[in-house]
Each structure stands twice: as structure tokens, then as C-alpha cells.
Design a protein around this ligand. Structure first.
Ligand code: MF3
Ligand code: CO
Length: 256
């Protein structure tokens, strides 16, 4: 299927969805501390999303039972919130959330430190975020999709990290997942040409150790095979003829 080009009317709705999602992440960042359960984080996130008249897009998506995916330490993505999962000093926690505003989606993820964390864990979080920004240097009309993939891969692997291969970014719009798939690792082909009006969820998932992952028996939670820490950073991005517009970061306030 072809990659859809959004009309200005649609982009206005995606900008609003992105802004509300950015605010949600900012607010959730403030409550991350030792002692909070992942269940509580999910509940607060869901309330914020609903308070803006949005729908949490992950809730009941293919049976996923919560609004925010919360993945701790060696959990890569799609961790399920639980009252029994209480964050402790030194953990890292990835929050992935999606909202629907008037039929249009935004999707974004952040990884946070819980209290004081090791230098190594801090670097993993920072490199994962920077890998996204390395990738989006190629997120503009005229570039090819897999230039983004290659830039993310080369940056992350230069630190000795493993780039997750089993999960990828994606187009986004009136559905959470649209074409194209966006791998975070180097491809043989250069991929489709990017055009203004495409909207992409670009989401490096980076392991401190090897890239291989496994699924837990809840059929959702993805963990690193070697037990190493993993971080995730994602934004919904609009391709333009010039610099990409990052829809899920507020232009003032949040530093991502
Ligand atoms: N951000 C993820 C993605 O892009 C989360 C969706 S999985 C869900 O695929 F089930 F939790 F919704
Ligand atoms: Co996504």
C-alpha cells in the first residue's frame, strides 16, 4: 500500500493530537519516582489523555489491556502496567503512549530514570534519544526512508549497543499503524522516497547488550534476551520540504 500524504486539515488534527501527547509525557515525567507502581502511572496517563477529550489508542488495541505501555529495565516495549510492579531507585522506565484526537493519531515514547541511575544507564537513555535525532536529519522530502534507519543504526552501534530488529517504527495518521514500516537498522535497499505530508512514528529501541529480544508469556512484554537494559524514544514526525516537524514535542516547555 502507498504511503499516505496528509491534507492540511488532517495535519491540524495530528498537531493537536501530538501536542496533547507531548503534555501527557511531560506530566508523566514528573511523577516518576521510587515507590510508584506502573499501574498508577498508567492511570494518571489515561486521566490526562481523557481530560483533553482524547482516546488512549493503545487501550484494547489487539487486546492490549492498558493505555500506556510501561517497560522497566530489560523490558524493551509493551510492558503491561501492574500494581505489583513498583519502581525502585536505579531503574529505568520506558513510557509509550498513543492518543486519538478527532480520528487522528499521535504516538510517542520516552525513557526516564527512576531516582539516581548508573552512568551507563544514563548514557543508554541519552544515546537512544539522540539516535532519533540522528535519524530525522534524513526525514525530509527527497531523502529515502532507509537513510533514517541507517543513521539510527550507525549512531547506536557506535556505542556498542544492540539495535532491536523485531520491532519497527511506522506510518501513522487515521490509523496507529500505517505504511511504511521503519526499521531502526541498516537495510540493503534505500526504501521509498519521502514526500512532504507523510507522517511517521520513528522509534529507536536500543539495548545496552545484544539486539535479540524475546516475548514473555503475557504475549506482550518484549525483553532483551541477554537481560541487558533497553531504552525507547519515539515521536510522531511530519515530513516537509525542509526540516521535519516533530508533532509530539511542544515547541516551548518540554525538552523531550
Ligand atoms: N508505540 C507502539 C507501536 O508503535 C505501541 C503499540 S502496541 C499497543 O506499535 F498495543 F500497546 F498499543
Ligand atoms: Co509507535
Amino acid at each position: 500500500m502507498a504511503v499516505s500524504i496528509k491534507a492540511e486539515r488532517e495535519l491540524e488534527l495530528m498537531r493537536e493530537a501530538g501536542k496533547i501527547l507531548a503534555i501527557t509525557h511531560e506530566e508523566l515525567g514528573k511523577i516518576i519516582e521510587p515507590g510508584i507502581s506502573t499501574w498508577k502511572i498508567n492511570r494518571v496517563g489515561e486521566e490526562i489523555i481523557k481530560s483533553y477529550g482524547c482516546t488512549p489508542s493503545f487501550l484494547n488495541y489487539r487486546g492490549y489491556p492498558a493505555s500506556i505501555c510501561i517497560s522497566v529495565n530489560d523490558e524493551v516495549v509493551h510492558g503491561i502496567p501492574s500494581k505489583k510492579r513498583v519502581l525502585k531507585e536505579g531503574d529505568i522506565v520506558s513510557l509509550d503512549a498513543g492518543v486519538i484526537y478527532k480520528g487522528y493519531h499521535s504516538d510517542a515514547a520516552r525513557t526516564h530514570a527512576v531516582g539516581e541511575i548508573s552512568k551507563e544507564a544514563r548514557q543508554l537513555i541519552d544515546v537512544t534519544k539522540q539516535a532519533f535525532f540522528e535519524g530525522i536529519q534524513y526525514a525530509k522530502e527527497g531523502c529515502h526512508l532507509h537513510e533514517i534507519s541507517k543513521a539510527i543504526d550507525e549512531y547506536a552501534t557506535s556505542f556498542g549497543y544492540g539495535v532491536v530488529r523485531d520491532l519497527v517504527g511506522h506510518g501513522i495518521g487515521s490509523s496507529l499503524h500505517e505504511d511504511p514500516q521503519i526499521p531502526n537498522f541498516t537495510q540493503r535497499r534505500r526504501g521509498p522516497k519521502l514526500c512532504a505530508g507523510m507522517t511517521l512514528a520513528i522509534e529507536p529501541m536500543i539495548n545496552m547488550g545484544a539486539w535479540q529480544v524475546e516475548w514473555l508469556n503475557d504475549d506482550w512484554t518484549v525483553v532483551t534476551r541477554d537481560g541487558s537494559l533497553s531504552a525507547h524514544y519515539e515521536n510522531t514526525v511530519l515530513i516537509t520540504k525542509g526540516e521535519p516537524e516533530i508533532l509530539s514535542i511542544r515547541q516551548t516547555g518540554e525538552c523531550g
